[in-house]
Design a protein around this ligand. Structure first.
Ligand code: FAD
Length: 546
């Protein structure tokens, strides 16, 4: 069988090497229009600061190494121009010699990725505006902005934030412009607020709720015009406002395109033409939780799909892609921010009812040196089905989100999370992992043992119920900052003070992170009061207010 692959990076290279491991018989040709195959796009931002010092560390394979080890025919600087589905041929251009030739196939795999979005703004073609997609883009940023001191990054997604962080690490001055009210769209505003705070601490100026309208290259500098009537003058602009699936070849070949404008594939990763498969950033996938069509341009899906396609080509369609959860993580200075599944914003958009439990716990035992708190938010429905989770903190965030992603794909519910028997010794964890605790909290909420109110519904709740706001932290913590109108009774003094409280009132309780509030809640409820707790406590409250 002769198998052609368009695109030689994440999805394409994974499929090719798997194809060879499955069979020595097939002829496999990879066409890559760029100079490099199988490079580490995810590592590109870290070479800008020198964190990844050696550029060559990003080059994972070469055409020669893929030939030697896998007997693959890898043709770089070679662009596939069109697909002739009836004749089962592609036309191909050698970008160095200009030669155009035809190559026939039995099976064709498209893994052409996605292109950075560049809206047709006035001035967008200035050479002071950069995007970051591949090694030449990175080389250009490193070489051409060596002497630049001031940068504007447009877009607060992963790539924008990673580039901004690395520029700051390299001693540059950076402003980041983001159209939405938060950075890091996969998480909700409350979790993103920790990133906003960290940006401030690190001198990264965030301009939220503002978009770019046009650019004016002034020779030495470039002016970025914003839709609030202001402008920023800077040395260089990094445009990172998202990517769009590379679908030109597919469209011209008459392959079906999905509702989100990615290439449409079935669960075996076949396009509307059964001899043509497609994977990675170029396709639309079903979301694992609600089955809605989405674009999820991440490396895990591209790699997983690449392997599935190779198996299906060689073994017949046996392996199904079950959908993407969109599990993702960002390092932002000392912080890690991660998420899996659906967030609150999306659930609200689709009108799906949900509940949240927010817990704050150390990443390992508090008495062992170096413990760092993380905020873990679990989102679930009334039956305990897990919709998603998000976490932020300085350590251990990846482990908890990975466990919850595993739980989701294993069809576990929140009731199963306390059952996850974790490894424990003080340097690694507590005997109750944050995931176990989140499970307990969710269980308490679902059983009605604990009623929670989220920060964005808090004032409505207080007003509607004429609630008394009760801060159960110490008087010292209270005097350092508290919610307006709160009264303060330390949780340890609460029992002694119950007789002074009115059982006809509703109490909106909070502490710093949630644990003392929970204990106070139990004391009050067990004594016949109605008490409702603020999710995430004052810690989260103060972040979202600032
Ligand atoms: C800076 C950066 C950081 C990232 N960080 C992360 C991260 O931390 N975590 C994560 O999960 N994901 C990350 N990603 C996303 C991840 O790299 C992609 O999801 C993944 O590479 C997609 O794989 P793919 O095979 O679909 O496309 P790609 O890996 O982009 O490969 C597509 C290749 O196809 C080639 N091509 C396109 N059209 C043709 C044609 N007609 N002929 C020949 N060749 C063609 C392109 O030149 C390209 O090299 C990052 C991406 C970037 C750019």
């Amino acid at each position: 069988m002769k198998i052609l692959i368009v695109g030689g990076v994440a999805g394409g290279a994974t499929a090719a090497t798997r194809l060879r491991r499955l069979s020595e018989e097939n002829e496999v040709i990879i066409f890559e229009k760029g100079q490099y195959v199988s490079f580490a796009n995810c590592g590109l931002p870290y070479h800008i600061s020198g964190t990844i010092d050696k550029r060559d560390a990003l080059l994972l394979q070469t055409p020669e190494s893929l030939k030697e080890r896998y007997n693959l025919d890898v043709r770089v600087f070679t662009e596939v121009l069109s697909i002739y589905t009836v004749d089962k041929k592609v036309s191909v251009k050698n970008l160095q010699t200009g030669e155009i030739y035809l190559e026939n196939y039995d099976k064709l795999l498209l893994s052409p990725g996605a292109e950075p979005i560049k809206p047709p703004f006035e001035g967008i073609d200035s050479d002071k505006i950069y995007t970051l997609k591949n090694i030449p883009d990175m080389d250009k940023i490193v070489a051409k902005t060596k002497n630049a001191q001031n940068f504007v990054v447009v877009g607060g997604g992963f790539i924008g934030l990673e580039v901004a962080e690395n520029l700051i690490e390299a001693g540059k001055s950076v402003k980041l412009v983001e159209l939405g009210n938060q950075v890091m769209a996969p998480v909700d505003f409350d979790i993103a607020s920790f990133v906003h705070e960290k940006a401030k601490q690190k001198g990264l100026e965030l301009l939220l709720n503002v978009g770019v309208e046009k650019f004016n290259d002034k020779g030495e500098t470039i002016e970025v015009f914003l839709n609030n009537g202001t402008s920023l003058e800077t040395d260089a602009v990094i445009l990172a406002i998202g990517v769009k699936p590379e679908t030109k070849l597919a469209i011209e070949a008459g392959l079906e395109i999905g509702e989100t404008r990615g290439i449409l594939v079935n669960e075996f990763m076949q396009t509307s033409n059964p001899d043509i498969y497609a994977v990675g950033d170029a396709i639309e996938v079903a979301h694992y939780i609600n089955n809605k069509k989405v674009l999820i341009p991440l490396a895990w899906p591209a790699n997983r799909q690449g392997r599935i396609v190779a198996d299906n080509i060689v073994l017949g369609n046996q392996y199904k892609y079950t959908g993407s959860l969109g599990s993702s993580i960002l390092k932002f200075f000392e912080l890690s921010v991660a998420s899996t599944g659906l967030n609150e914003k999306t659930l609200k958009k689709f009108g799906i009812p949900y509940k949240t439990a927010i817990v704050t716990r150390g990443h390992h035992a508090g008495y062992y040196p170096g413990a760092k708190n993380m905020v873990l938010k679990l989102i679930f429905d009334e039956n305990g089905k897990i919709f998603g989770a998000q976490a932020v903190g300085e350590a251990g965030v990846d482990k908890r989100i990975d466990v919850i992603a595993t739980a989701i794909k294993g069809n576990l519910t929140v009731y199963d999370l306390p059952e996850i028997e974790i490894t424990y010794a003080p340097p690694f964890n507590s005997a109750k992992d944050p995931v176990n605790i989140a499970g307990y909290a969710a269980e308490n909420i679902l059983k009605g043992d604990l009623e929670m109110v989220n920060y964005d519904e808090f004032w409505d709740f207080v007003k509607e119920n004429d609630a008394v706001i009760l801060d159960v932290r110490t008087s010292k913590e209270f005097s350092g900052g508290a919610i307006e109108g709160a009264i303060n009774i330390n949780v340890d003094d609460l029992r002694a003070n119950l007789e002074n409280l009115d059982k006809n009132k509703v109490y909106a309780i909070y502490c710093q992170v949630g644990l003392r509030g929970y204990l106070a809640n139990r004391i009050m409820r067990n004594n016949g009061f109605r008490a409702v707790n603020l999710n995430g406590g004052y810690n989260l409250w103060s972040k979202v207010q600032s």
